[in-house]
Design a protein around this ligand. Structure first.
Ligand SMILES: *Cc1c(COP(=O)(O)O)cnc(C)c1O
Length: 432
């Protein structure tokens, strides 16, 4: 038998986690081992896919430098679009640091594709909070889609969280855009898997072959080995301070899909006629390339952290979505904290276990774009980056903490344990 390498690693001093929590962590981790092996397998496929796309598109040293001014002939920018397109299975892509957030990228896609009189139908219930104002479900007179005469309709998920395929079939018949949100966002609905998206796309295209299927892909990239375009979606949108930026891209977003649709979105981001041909990249190219290169592995670390979180919180008696063995479609774990005290202690603990700003204490606040107060723990290298270990929670029933990220599994895991220690010290845990 081979000798064990470093059989007794030194114990790191200073975290001072209660022995019972440490024991529980070992047990939770052991229970996750089969899942972790599957996560590694997916990361390998996605890593190979990304490497292949770099090679096929001849990514060069020149691509790593950026342009200024108008940004004409930016080989790094144009090649990155091609690399993203290949990885996502799309004809074309628009990857820009000038998308200020995921919401902005989604807004460009919606305004790029929809015209007055068109109808958009959300097939997965209410869209992400910040999009309600963009669509015009909340507020008016401010330039929302509704102000421009775009109609909105919605198909709610069934009580078990599954899409209502019958109602979808009816409502997309006269729609221009069928809108799907892959991730659970700030809700307890199950995340859609790629197979789930495939099923919806089939129903939609059967009812109306011309409808544009648009997927909010935030938090979903690289969680499975296929992306929504691989199963028939026309346009996908995401944020670079989430999965595909791997904590390395400093800001930005992407849109990928059918060539003519991506062009319409680019007309919205810059100007009609100029589209993708302009937009300097400053010093952002290298970081966006590196982010994509690291993304499959970083997402795997985040999914492991999420799976571990679900398991240990379940062992502690908190209901979690998804459970350890549920098929995952995103990097989020929702933990039902039962009351505001637990919720706030947990989020403050996550902050304490973060690499940056560990010494500050997050408090609930009125965040722009959100309906209720929100508490956010985010001690991240890139401000607000939620591929980094973070916990967001709207202070409303059922006091769910949405935990996501973890650039590395060891730091993500310890971040969660520091949060549990904080809960323990505030008498929010029952340890045996
Ligand atoms: C993060 C996210 C968005 C966009 O949010 P930003 O904070 O603007 O980047 C949209 N939809 C979902 C499901 C998300 O998770």
């Amino acid at each position: 038998m081979a000798e064990i390498f470093d059989p007794k690693p030194v114990e790191v001093k200073g975290f001072e986690i209660d022995e019972r929590i440490l024991k529980l962590a070992d047990k939770a981790e052991e229970n996750c081992s089969a899942r972790f092996a599957e996560i590694d397998r997916i990361a390998r496929t996605n890593g190979e896919k990304v490497l292949r796309a770099f090679i096929n598109n001849k990514v060069s040293a020149a691509c790593m430098t950026g342009t200024t001014g108008y940004g004409y002939d930016d080989v790094g920018r144009d090649t990155l679009d091609k690399v993203y397109a290949e990885v996502m299975g799309a004809e074309d892509a628009l990857v820009r640091h000038t998308f200020v957030s995921g919401t902005h990228a989604l807004t460009c896609a919606l305004f790029g594709v929809l015209r007055a009189g068109d109808k958009i139908v959300s097939l997965t219930g209410a869209p992400y909070d910040t999009l309600e104002e963009v669509i015009g479900i909340r507020g008016s007179g401010n330039g929302s889609l509704a102000d421009y005469g775009v109609k909105y309709d919605q198909v709610d998920l069934l009580p078990d969280g599954k899409p209502n395929l019958g109602e979808i079939f009816q409502k997309v018949k006269d729609a221009k855009v069928a809108y799907i949100q892959r991730s659970r966002g700030y809700s307890l609905r199950p995340t859609l898997t790629i197979n789930g998206i495939a099923e919806i796309v089939k129903a939609v295209k059967n009812a109306n072959p011309k409808v544009i299927v648009m997927v909010d892909n935030c938090y979903g990239e690289f969680v499975e080995s296929r992306e929504p375009i691989h199963v028939g979606a026309d346009l996908i949108i995401g944020s670079l301070i989430k999965n595909p930026g791997a904590g390395i891209a400093e800001t930005g977003g992407y849109i990928a899909g059918k060539k003519e649709l991506v062009e319409q979105c680019a007309y919205r981001l810059t100007c009609v006629g100029m589209g993708k041909e302009v937009g300097c990249t400053l010093n952002q190219n290298k970081l966006m390339y590196q982010g994509l290169y690291f993304a499959p592995e970083v997402v795997a670390n985040a999914v492991k952290t999420a799976t571990f979180t679900s398991e240990i919180m379940t062992l502690l008696g908190f209901e979690c979505f998804p459970k350890r063995d549920d098929v995952r479609g995103d990097i989020i774990t929702a933990v039902l904290m039962k009351n505001p005290e637990n919720l706030i202690a947990f989020c403050q603990g996550v902050q304490k276990g973060s690499p940056v700003d560990s010494y500050v204490t997050p408090e609930p606040w009125d965040m722009p774009g959100y309906d209720s107060q929100v508490i956010m723990a985010a001690g991240a290298f890139n401000m607000g980056a939620s591929i980094e270990l973070s916990a967001d929670a709207p202070l409303r029933e059922p006091f769910a903490a949405y935990v996501q990220g973890g650039l590395t599994y060891p730091t993500g895991r310890m971040g969660i344990l520091v949060a549990l220690q904080e809960m323990h010290e505030k008498h929010c845990l029952r340890l045996f």
